[in-house]
Design a protein. Sequence first.
Length: 255
Amino acid sequence: MSSTISVGGAFNLGSRPIKFVSVATAILLGYVGPFGSTDAFGQFFSTIFWALVIVASIGSVGALRHLVTSRTTGWSDLQRERLLLCIFIVVFTPQLHLLLWLFDRSRGLNVAEILELGAQVGVISLWIAAMRYVLLVWRKEVDPEVEQSSQPRLFQRLEGIGDAEVIRLSAEDHYTVVSLSDGSTRRILLRLSDGIAEMDGVEGYVTHRSHWVAASAVAGTRREKGRVFLSLTNGDEVPASRGYQSALKSAGLLS
């Protein structure tokens, strides 16, 4: 059996359509037996092999995409895709070689074979990444409203929030706590400054070194013993430090 086997792609493993497609693809590949996998492993184990390859590739891409996105604030989509592709090749090639070895113990630690496998992983992943990028560009050209109505980048980190809007962001150790309009919160391993940067397109203001609020969420103000607080639509209050009050007054949020 040839070592030139790889599957990779930028998909979300939690998506129901992707789960269905992954299972169907594994069954199809197990039946067809590309690269002689059915002859080498048998149909049943070939199906198991391809299922593991698909899960490993999707899982790797999902984890790496989250890591790359959180560390590349301000980068373009194309720059992120390039970095993701390079890291994926390095991370996924050993996984694929291990899977091949588990199903075929006659294989050894052959450096030339691993390099060849890495090249194949790179070629197929490059093709998938290129097609994904082309489809994204095509979608924006066909429907310009997609770009205009897209949510802030921070929303990509928030799963299952429906139509909820971000009320405020708060720093908590190395995390950013996101307060939503539905009353729930999300805790993300992200610096507050990066979280604010990913709220692009939303008017908001830093009120304190540990707080950012959406302008639309400010319902009023309260003063107590010389301290100023902003009252928010969800019932929360955040302090407005003196260093930030000038900007808040200019925005009409403080009198």
